[in-house]
Ligand binder design. Structure first.
Ligand SMILES: C[S@@+](CC[C@H](N)C(=O)[O-])C[C@H]1O[C@@H](n2cnc3c(N)ncnc32)[C@H](O)[C@@H]1O
Length: 269
């Protein structure tokens, strides 16, 4: 039964979600998203999306489950483009002063939009050399990442120039050119269980930890700190903040960028 006083409870629901989380469900195909939402509503005995929203408003656990179900694997190239612009203009030039060969980790890389975005920025900094480790706990999404296919919705923040330079258009899909894959290693890795490599100049972990407990997040940010070289930077998602960053030892040069202090900033010749 779907009786509600609201003319289109799907659109109304999307508006509530956007208001509360900033997540715009209307950018997803309605039939699939609506089916998912209505089946989640059924699961808790809600008769329509208005009732389901009332459940989510009063039950934090249900809300966390809902977010988990709808955002898992969601990504796009240059997600939050203004932050990628700061990465390009401010952070990467600083990291380049640390080394002429950058080691980067995209942790929770989903279907590859993030590591390929990083690869584009680093290709643009040639003759700098770089290696990107791209990891995710989900093996099936990693296979997709290795293929490097993207839908037009993933590409909205990619400039026409970079589209042309780094992608091959096939029908309405875009595939990354081989030169973008050359320096990326995709590997299965669980951030909550597996050992971490060290020696990273940049760690990008965005929109992954939102469902982790506070304790798990705290441990993770300490472990990232240990994996960075002095002067190295951790780049987090635009809804994520490390409140105790000073306690861990980070500096915050810009919001959502946390730096392990450099003992000595050496300029490479
Ligand atoms: C919402 S996507 C974020 C993708 C990308 N970082 C971005 O910001 O666009 C979250 C990804 O984190 C991965 N993930 C969830 N738990 C993880 C864990 N414990 N270890 C590694 N990856 C995890 C999921 O499989 C999913 O692909």
């Amino acid at each position: 039964m779907r009786t509600t006083s609201i003319a289109d409870d799907y659109l109304w629901f999307c508006e509530q979600v956007k208001r509360k989380t900033g997540l715009d469900l209307q950018q997803y195909k309605r039939p699939q998203m609506e089916r998912r939402l209505r089946s989640m509503a059924d699961r808790v005995g809600a008769h329509n999306l208005e009732e389901y929203w009332a459940v989510l408003e009063r039950d934090a656990q249900q809300f966390a489950y809902f977010i988990d179900r709808i955002t898992i694997n969601v990504s796009e190239l240059f997600r939050n483009p203004e932050k990628f612009e700061e990465l390009r203009q401010v952070i990467l030039p600083q990291l380049r002063r640390l080394s002429s060969s950058l080691k980067v980790w995209s942790a929770g890389c989903s279907y590859g939009a993030e590591p390929y975005s990083l690869a584009i920025l680093l290709e643009e900094m040639r003759p700098l050399s770089y290696q990107i480790l791209a990891t995710d706990v989900d093996e099936s999404i990693l296979s997709k990442a290795k293929e490097g296919f993207f839908a037009p919705e993933d590409m909205r923040n990619v400039s026409p120039e970079w589209k042309q330079k780094y992608f091959i258009q096939q029908g309405n899909r875009y595939q990354v050119k081989p030169e973008l894959k050359r320096n990326i290693i995709f590997r299965k890795h669980n951030l909550l269980a597996d050992p971490f490599e060290t020696g990273f100049h940049l760690i990008v972990c965005r929109n992954v930890v939102i469902y982790f407990t506070e304790e798990a997040k705290d441990r993770l940010y300490v472990r990232f700190f240990q994996s960075l070289v002095p002067g190295g930077v951790l780049f987090v998602g635009s809804t994520e903040r490390i409140f105790n960053y000073r306690e861990i030892g980070y500096e915050m040069p810009l919001s959502f960028f946390y730096r392990k202090p450099a003992m000595e900033l050496r300029r490479v010749a």
